[in-house]
Design a binder for this molecule. Structure first.
Ligand code: PAN
Ligand code: ZN
Length: 193
């Protein structure tokens, strides 16, 4: 029997259930990111410190399903990114490159409205793509990706990626994204950091 065959995988690995309002999947492990975890992500450091003094708010959570790890296997995660702003910058995810750089990812929007900020590692070329309910974004390999909630409801989405992808947060922690997404005249717009 192949280790990743239909008969070797438990039913709970073949089928899971999404709860969109809470952004959870059954009793799968869930990682929460609070404002204190996002130090350095926002351009306006003063507004960040001020908001943090008030409350270490929950910004987003990711629940992961990892049925099998190995060549050809897939993992997926359900993200819920809450609405809000620090100064005029919308709530966002930390963002990362995949440790295995060639690994791509498919993002499927399930609820809410926002954007995805992509930045190619070598050229630092940026793309800001509308992302939300019924939108699918393909994130190529070698591309840093960050999710941004520009709406007033939670942004809920699935990210589906090769099991070997891994998360590399260091380059973004050191250099950040070149671009920021801010609210200006009641619209979201991209600016150089
Ligand atoms: C997603 C992300 C999720 C949270 O599942 O992990 O949006 O963002 P950070 O990992 O940057 O905190 C994904 O891209 N997985 O590879
Ligand atoms: Zn990813």
């Amino acid at each position: 029997m192949h280790p990743f065959s239909l008969s070797s995988l438990a039913k709970e690995n073949l089928e899971t259930h999404l709860d969109l309002p809470s952004g959870t999947i059954d009793h799968r492990p869930r990682v929460e990111r609070r404002l204190s975890d996002l130090k350095g992500c926002f351009r306006n450091h003063e507004a960040y410190e001020e908001a943090l003094q008030k409350e270490d708010a929950l910004i987003y959570a990711v629940t992961s399903v990892e049925p099998a790890t190995g060549d050809g296997q897939m993992h997926y995660g359900l993200g819920i990114l809450y609405p809000g702003k620090i100064g005029n910058e919308y709530y966002l995810t930390k963002g990362h490159l995949h440790a295995h750089r060639v690994a791509a990812e498919v993002y499927v929007g399930l609820q809410g409205e926002g954007q995805m900020l992509l930045e190619e590692e070598g050229t630092r070329e940026s793309r800001l793509l509308p992302f939300g309910k019924n939108t699918v974004v393909y994130v190529p390999g070698h591309t840093a990706h960050r999710t941004i909630n520009t709406g007033s409801d939670p942004l809920v989405y699935l990210g589906i990626y090769p099991s070997h992808a891994g998360h590399d947060y260091l380059p973004i922690a050191q250099k950040n994204f070149r671009m920021v997404v801010v609210e200006k005249d009641h619209r979201s717009t991209m600016e150089i950091r």
